[in-house]
Design a protein around this ligand. Structure first.
Ligand SMILES: Nc1nc2c(ncn2[C@@H]2O[C@H](COP(=O)(O)OP(=O)(O)OP(=O)(O)O)[C@@H](O)[C@H]2O)c(=O)[nH]1
Ligand SMILES: [Mg+2]
Length: 535
């Protein structure tokens, strides 16, 4: 078995939310709403009988400071030596300074008892055509359940004709929703299943409902945070949090002004108003994170360097979250260190793992972050630095969970994000599509041409896949596999070691010769034939 080639340092414990729980204990599920309701309410709007509970007293305003609980800087466990010791120390210092200055996290800490609301757009440009409201709701439930101590207390699909308005729903449905939420005391937060909510929307909804309101961006980011293990992943999440902190700041300043002003008062001695100070601190935090990320990027043991040294072709394994990317790489490499998990966003770091193709060609499989539909572009952007490694690979495998009811929609999402990553055209044109989890679909027969049905978990279809990967790699890298007979007393062998990848040498002692199996580029082979015409 070939060992994984570690590209990162790893953090001991990754979940800031778990730490946050120490200072903010998980909220227990309310008695009346601790289990998911199977009642088919929703879509009927205001006429629905579940909306008839009396409203609660107006919720308290959010606390005065927009900075939440202090975070704890985690220790680094060095499993690889990508960075020098002093560089680690620098980064730790940077990070410590970051949290000391802004110990904030905009993300919700601790457990939550969620009321899940899916706005169903019946028509218009924002209507989703490849999926159904029920399937989108089911995915939102999975997102909630991916977070430790988060439960779905109740869920509803509610139709809207005004998805782009401030309150998402029309007056009647919003009022009915308010009554329902206020009549469910066990609920600690509402997850509104939209891509991203504006600061004003969040503020108005929180005031109306008396509980926190989260969008898809916040929930997905929180999952990322819980699964982040490396310095780079943590910093990328911190960067993706900045828009949330900006929204919180905006609401905080508006609250301050409502309570009699203050945001435009000058802070003593600084010549800056309170608003200006807060914006500056946030900007500084953002710049520090960006600098720290750039430093990691510079110092990181880049795939490019690794590959140049070893001349290894690389295959990026991509796909929707939980489709089986890590399981496939584990099956193709036998790398026991890989830990596939039935969890969204289990993998947050790009790691490379070496495996062998049928002709014993060594290849690096690159495990990547899974995709999710309707995730705001700027969140993807904070991970795009990591995804840049993908651009340097020779081939992409697109893994699909063919047993998933949303598989067609998932494919569309993945291809749309891949296309937005500015990857080389040749790479996009040679994607190998793999249909995984066929063991869960009795008698599965793909309808699309040139796809590979496999079960990564049970090892089905892997030999055919490896054969195809080898053929494609040879084509895209313009290489060929040759067995060349060489004279052992001549310079051919050392030439081949320098100019090609020598896979195997079988010595023929009585002839003073050897059969050498090489992977060689067409141009190098041309030169070889010119240099050694008689061999
Ligand atoms: N039945 C079945 N389950 C599979 C197969 N491949 C993967 N799984 C399961 O699917 C779940 C997700 O697998 P992972 O390999 O972690 O998926 P991933 O795409 O790496 O997920 P993320 O890193 O979270 O994006 C795990 O529970 C796997 O055991 C398969 O061929 N058949
Ligand atoms: Mg994974």
């Amino acid at each position: 078995m070939l060992r994984a080639l570690p590209l990162r340092c790893w953090w001991r414990a990754g979940c800031r939310a778990a730490r946050g729980r120490e200072s903010s204990p998980p909220t227990s599920a309310g008695s009346s709403s601790s289990s998911s309701s199977s009642r088919p309410w929703g879509a009927q709007g205001a006429s629905c009988s579940f909306f008839t509970s009396p409203p609660r007293a107006k919720a308290k305003k959010r606390p005065g400071s927009w900075r939440p609980q202090p975070g704890v800087v985690q220790e680094i466990e060095e499993e690889d030596a990508d960075l020098e010791d002093d560089e680690y120390a620098d980064l730790e210092e940077d990070e410590e300074a970051l949290w000391a200055q802004h110990p904030a996290t905009a993300l919700p800490l601790g457990g939550q008892n969620i009321f899940l609301v899916h706005p169903n757009v019946k028509w218009g440009a924002t209507k989703q055509h490849l999926t159904t409201a029920e399937l989108q709701l089911a995915e939102a439930v999975t997102l909630v359940k991916s977070l430790p101590d988060w439960t779905v207390a109740d869920q509803v699909i509610l139709s809207t004709k005004t998805p782009n308005s401030k309150l998402i729903f029309g007056k009647g449905n919003f009022q009915a929703l308010t009554e329902k939420i206020r009549g469910s005391p066990g609920i600690t937060a509402v997850f509104l299943n939209v891509e991203v909510l504006s600061a004003t929307s969040v503020r108005e909804m929180e005031d109306a409902w008396g509980v926190k309101v989260f969008d898809r961006y916040t929930v997905a980011l929180n999952i990322f945070r819980c699964n982040a293990r490396t310095q780079e992943a943590k910093l990328q999440i911190a960067l993706a949090e900045i828009p949330l902190l900006r929204s919180m700041l905006k609401n905080e300043l508006a609250d301050l002004d409502q309570q009699g002003g203050g945001s435009s008062r000058y802070t003593m001695g600084s010549g800056e108003t309170y608003t200006e100070v807060q914006h500056r601190l946030l900007k500084e935090k953002e710049q520090k994170i960006k600098r720290a990320l750039a430093k990691i990027k510079r110092n990181r043991y880049l795939l490019q360097t690794l590959r140049r040294k070893r001349e290894l072709p690389a295959i990026s394994v991509m796909g929707y979250t939980n489709c089986g990317k890590t399981t496939l790489i584990k099956a193709l490499t036998g790398d026991e260190g890989l830990q596939p998990r039935d969890q969204l966003f289990a993998t947050l770091d790009i790691t490379a793992h070496a495996g062998l193709l049928p002709s014993r060609m060594t290849v690096l499989y690159i495990d990547t972050i899974g995709f999710l539909s309707q995730l705001p572009h700027n969140l993807i952007e904070s991970f795009s630095a990591t995804l840049q490694d993908v651009a340097r690979s020779d081939l992409i495998i697109h893994v699909r969970d063919i047993s998933h009811p949303e598989t067609v929609n998932q494919k569309a999402s993945v291809l749309s994000v891949l296309n937005s990553l500015c990857l080389p055209r040749q790479l996009l044109d040679s994607i190998v599509e793999v249909h995984n989890k066929v063991d869960l679909v009795g008698g599965y027969q793909p309808t699309e041409p040139c796809v590979f049905p496999i079960s990564a978990l049970h090892g089905y279809g892997l030999e055919e896949l490896k054969q195809e990967l080898e053929t494609r790699l040879l084509t895209v890298t313009d290489k060929q596999i040759k067995t060349l007979r060489i004279n052992l007393s001549g310079p051919q062998l050392s030439w081949l070691y320098k100019e090609a990848t020598v896979e195997d040498v079988s010595v023929l002692p009585e002839d003073g010769a050897a059969d050498v199996k090489v992977i060689i580029s067409s141009s190098a082979y041309g030169r070889y034939k010119k240099l050694f015409p008689h061999w």
